[in-house]
Design a protein around this ligand. Sequence first.
Ligand code: PLP
Ligand code: SF4
Length: 454
Amino acid sequence: MATLSTSLHRPVPVEKQPALQEHSRLRTGDWWRKVPAWRNVSPSEFLDHRWQVRNSVTDPDKLAQLLSGVVTPSFVEDMRAGFRIAPMQLRVTPYVLGLIDWRDPSRDPLRKQFVPLASEHEPDHPMGTLDCLEEQRDARAPGLTHRYPDKVLFLALDVCPVYCRFCTRSYSIGSHAGGVDKLDFHPNAERWEEAFRYIRGNPQVEDVVVSGGDVYMLNHRLLRSIGEELLRIDHVRRIRFATKGIAVMPQKILSDEAWLGAVADTAEAGRAAGVHVCVHTHFNHPREITEISREAVDRLFQRGVTVRNQSVLLRGVNDDPDTMALLVRRLGYINVRPYYVYVHDMVPGVESLRTTLSKAIEVEKRVRGQTAGFNTPTFVCDAYGGGGKRALNSFETYDRRVGVAVYRSPVVDPGRAFFYFDPLRGLDEKVREAWRVPAKRRRMIDSTVERSGL
Ligand SMILES: *Cc1c(COP(=O)(O)O)cnc(C)c1O
Ligand code: SF4
């Protein structure tokens, strides 16, 4: 008896628990050679960011060509039809394409983020709008949003190394697609100067998010000049450069010395002046993190640059607790600090990727406690209507039956109600029908607001 109970309680050594070790097993080798067109691409070519840029795929026909013989003709047809209705154009790096499991592309979490399928399409939620966070309402200069008291969002440019189907800024990113007329935020000295002038003139602004688009696409001189300009402003204490690049083309950190130098030197100059200059990136799935990513992040780490991560919770990609937990632990393992997980914004054209709020709350519950608290992301909802980021659980009311959550945002606008709307797919048929009728829709929203006491 004694033996039995001891053996039951003896902890399994950590190295014998495969799930616990999985996060540290990063993909190595020449995995991209599985794509027939890249069978002869050598590691030195694949590790060169210029090769990655040159071979990025921006044309659905080109993608179909690249995959011919790998995927079925019906998949290609589905994909082509998907692109015809998508609000974002195609742009994806060989690095990402090589990580996709093309033997099972329908279920692949990376494919889902970049390549739409018509068969997956769901009608938009009736409350979806292009600029659902109303970033343009709070714009103080073209491409400069000032919503929170001490921080601003500066959209320096409008291009990225990849185009994510679910992008919140599909109102400006990339070129016109799916009938969407986009705002134009090209890098432009005059527009930038207007933004800097606003920041100079507003001493309450201590924190500048330099985003886009993606600062990966800025040449090193321009990036350096933004850093220098901001570091000249006494009241700026924190600067973040936002780039998805590290997640989709880590090669650039390893082979573009000038660009890495611009970031690292700015961080160093900032440090000397007591200003924290960081990089914010965007990994969504543990499979996006390879040995190449680890080396890239390590370059930044060795030069003292903090890298934080912001993910989007995506249905069928990372909305199960095990995947999210693995992502979070793997990020910690390579020294990227998980910062936020956003519930999916109400972006049109990608309804199939949205989850319910209750799903997001459940994932958060099961992720918290997996690892260090400082490496545990906060799950937030960037509230519909422009209330800013709200902790998921801080809603005033959440009516799961109609799928409406009401948030307050005392700092941004104390009197107003802000929202999250669950996707209609999981709701009762009667409720789903009610959402299609404007008057009934209004009533469901109003009555939820009323119950919240707002
Ligand atoms: C997200 C965001 C910021 C930065 O917010 P943090 O919570 O500090 O990361 C700043 N301005 C706008 C408009 C934002 O959307
Ligand atoms: S990299 Fe960021 S800004 Fe660019 S398309 Fe993706 S989510 Fe949007």
